[in-house]
Design a protein around this ligand. Sequence first.
Ligand SMILES: [Zn+2]
Length: 138
Amino acid sequence: MTEANTYNKPLPVPSPETEAFWEGCKRHELLIPRCDKCGSHWFPPSILCPECLSTEWQWVKASGKGKVFAFGVYHRVYHQGFKEEVPYTVAVVELEEGPRMVSNVTGIPPTDVKVDMPVEVYFDDVTPEATLYKFKPA
Ligand SMILES: [Zn+2]
């Protein structure tokens, strides 16, 4: 390593199923699978449509808009990388397209986060190799 890496939190480890998703994040695009047969969107990515089991699907760019489906507030430091951030919000966000994804809701105090609150995605380029998707109030 030639330069100091100051990012000290866990990073995504792309799998064959998720590699295109994480590459999309690097381009600041939220990609989700859409079935060619039945039109379903889903997340996390898998090789089969969970609705009709079709293998014919493609990546599409999601709107990035959604709402908080559920959330929790972390007050305890489970990982030293988050020591400066507690308390912070971990939420299940339901996208307009239907799929739900786990992420952070930032830009708002955890005490102000509400279920059904509209949120939109943004991208955090945490290292030269990794970009994370997060949500903020819409
Ligand atoms: Zn399908």
